[in-house]
Write a protein that binds this ligand. Sequence first.
Ligand SMILES: [Zn+2]
Length: 172
Amino acid sequence: MKHNLETKIKIGNHTKMLWESNSIAKQRMIMGLKRSGLSQKGKIKVVRTKRYCKRCNLEFVTLISSSKVYCGRNCSGKEAIRNATVAYVANRNHIHECIRILVIQWSITNKEIVLKTPYNKIRTSLKSLLDEIKIRYGVSDIRVICKAVLGVDTGRKDLIRFMKKISSENIC
Ligand SMILES: [Zn+2]
C-alpha cells in the first residue's frame, strides 16, 4: 500500500498520539511490535519514554514497549533479593506456625506420653512427633522447633515444659 506525503504525516501524527495515550490501541501496537520481532532488530524506531526507577527513583530512558521498572541490573537485582527474602520469611513464619499447631495438637492427643516424658529424654520419647515434623516440614533441628513453638529458643526443657502444660490443661 502506497501513501502520499499528506497521508503519511496524518498516519504519523495519529501513531504518535496513540503512543502517548494509554489506550487499547497502544497495547495492540506494543503486542504487534513484540510479535513481529522488528522492535528488537531495530528496523522500527520505537518511541522512548522517561521513567523513574521503582527502587532508587533515578530517571531512566527506555523503549515505550519495555516493561522495565528499574534503572538497571543493580536495582532490579537488589529488588529481586528483597522480594525473595520477603517470600522466604513469610514461608518460614508459616512453617513455624504450622509446627506450633502440630506440637499443641500432638500434646493434647498424646498427653500420656508427654506427661511421662523425662526432661532429658525428649529425643527418644517424642520421636514420633519429631519424625512427623521432619517429614511434613523438613525441620529436624530441635532449636528451630523450640523457637517455632515458644517464639524464642530457650531450650528443649522449656519445650517439654510447654507441652506438659498443654497436656495437663487438656485432661478430660
Ligand atoms: Zn534504580
